[in-house]
Each structure stands twice: as structure tokens, then as C-alpha cells.
Design a protein around this ligand. Structure first.
Ligand code: 5RP
Length: 274
């Protein structure tokens, strides 16, 4: 099978996938892109309408559009004079320039070194979180958002600081693409664990995997709980009760004032019924 005439947008140098299939990979005749030009792993069977990268590329592009529209809608909630908490992640990466572009007189607290550096580079004022007792608004992404507003956060390993910043804020707003809306929470649940007594903490937690990432900025170990979730209330209480667990990625609905979700090119606001 060849895919003549199809275009792969991931190849900036403009590879025509049909030609690539003919001239390129002889080890897998069905694979449309030459190995030297592959920047992403391809499936072993070709997509009927392209090289297989195309559908994933399109999905990522539409996810990015949704992240951007949600982030830009949330940026409009920021007002002159506010103290604002800035989350961490790829959705927040769209938020920072949108806030900076508004040229407001605001002071920010960042939930990670990455966010702090990016915010400062955009001209935003970032304060030391240790010296701030409350925020007007905090905006952050999420990995999972359940219909009852329970969240899972910490895909970027910043959940400990993110939870502190969310709790500091009068209003915590979550921004996300629509893939983050889930019917019910599922594993993994990110954890931050104290290095001291780590083997014992792991034994008590049982279903947990250490994540292959550097320690948190507070020197702790990042891991993921992969056991049963059951009710998030019970899991939250249990995880919080295990000595050595600094923080987990379950965020209670009571923390969340609003979720702004991107759906296609539109942002939709979801508010919790109190
Ligand atoms: C980082 C987080 C992020 O907010 C969460 O992982 C969502 O990330 P992204 O916006 O990249 O999808 O909790 O610890």
C-alpha cells in the first residue's frame, strides 16, 4: 500500500508521504515515512489515509487549541491589583502569555520553577510564596476532572505546591482541554514522598511506582499510586494518613471554584453546584 500525495505536517522539510513510502523504508514497506525523517514513533501498520502520525498530530493540535482557548478565557478573569497563583503544565504555558499581554499591575506566585522562569521572562512579577498569605485567584491545569469536580493533578510533579497555591486563593480556577473530563477518577494518582523512611512508606502504600524524574523542588520523591480508587474521599483520607506521604494529587471539589474547559474553539465554564 502506498499513500501517494499525502502530506505529513510533522515533517517541516515537506516530505510527501506517498513519495517517502516509495523511496524510503524498505524494512517495512507499509510504513510511509523514511526512518531518517521520523521524529515520532510510527505505528507498524500505516494509517489508511496517511503515515499514522497525521491522526495523532491532528488530535494534539486540537487539544492544544482547546488548552489555548481555556487559558485565554481564564486570563480575562485577572484584574488590576490582583495577586495571582500560576499553575504548572502545558495548559498554563498558554495562560502566561495571555496574562502578560494584558499588561496589568499584578503580583504572582508560581507553583514551579519552570512557571516562575517563564512568567518572569514575560515580564510578570513573581513573589516568594513563603511571604504571601492569600491570593485573589489561582489558575492551573489538571490531569483528570470528574463530574463532581474531584481533580487529579501532578502529572507534572508539581501537585504539592499546586495544592498549597490553590488553597491560598480566594478563587481556584481549573483550565483544561476536553480530554481531561472523565466519568470517574482513575489511577495513577501522583504522590510526593519524603525520602526519609521511603522503603517503609512504599511498603505501606503497596501499589506505587517511583517516577523516573528528578526530586521535587522541595527535595522529595515523586511516585504514582496505581491501586484501586474506590471513593476519592476514602482514598484521600487514607493517602493523607500514610506517614511519609507529603502530598497526593487528589484535589477536593471544595477547592475548585470553576473549571474552564476548551471544547473545539470555544471555552465553556463549569461551576460546581454549592
Ligand atoms: C502539574 C499538573 C498539571 O496541571 C497537569 O499535569 C496538567 O498538565 P497539562 O496542562 O500539561 O495537561 O498538575 O503538576
Amino acid at each position: 500500500m502506498t499513500n501517494r500525495g499525502l502530506w505529513c505536517p510533522l515533517h517541516n522539510d515537506g516530505v510527501n508521504l506517498g513519495d517517502a513510502a516509495i523511496k524510503g523504508d524498505t524494512t517495512n514497506p507499509g510504513l510511509s515515512c523514511p526512518p531518517s525523517r521520523r521524529r515520532f514513533s510510527h505505528p507498524r501498520t500505516p494509517h489508511p489515509r496517511g503515515c499514522g502520525v497525521l491522526p495523532r498530530y491532528r488530535a494534539r493540535m486540537s487539544q492544544d487549541t482547546e488548552k489555548k482557548v481555556a487559558a485565554e478565557a481564564a486570563a480575562l478573569l485577572v484584574e488590576d491589583g490582583m495577586r495571582v497563583g500560576l499553575g504548572t503544565g502545558s495548559t498554563v504555558a498558554f495562560l502566561l502569555p495571555a496574562i502578560a499581554a494584558r499588561k496589568l499591575d499584578i503580583r504572582c506566585v508560581a507553583t514551579s520553577v519552570q512557571t516562575e522562569e517563564a512568567a518572569r521572562a514575560l515580564g510578570l512579577t513573581v513573589e516568594n510564596a513563603a511571604e504571601v498569605d492569600r491570593l485573589d485567584l489561582a489558575i492551573d491545569g489538571a490531569d483528570q476532572i470528574a463530574p463532581d469536580f474531584w481533580l487529579v493533578k501532578g502529572g507534572g510533579a508539581a501537585h504539592t505546591r499546586e495544592k498549597i497555591v490553590a488553597a491560598m486563593a480566594e478563587r481556584f480556577v481549573v483550565i483544561a482541554d476536553s480530554s481531561k473530563l472523565v466519568p470517574r477518577l482513575h489511577a495513577p494518582i501522583p504522590l510526593e514522598l519524603l525520602q526519609f523512611g521511603l522503603q517503609s512508606t512504599l511498603r505501606l502504600l503497596q501499589s506505587v511506582t517511583l517516577r523516573d524524574v528528578p526530586p521535587s523542588p522541595d527535595g522529595n520523591v515523586i511516585a504514582d499510586y496505581s491501586g484501586a480508587i474506590g471513593g476519592p474521599d476514602a482514598l484521600e483520607a487514607w493517602l493523607s494518613s500514610v506517614p511519609g506521604v507529603v502530598a497526593h494529587g487528589l484535589f477536593q471539589p471544595a477547592l475548585v471554584a470553576e473549571v474552564i474547559v476548551g471544547r473545539g474553539k470555544k471555552a465553556e465554564s463549569l461551576k460546581r453546584a454549592f
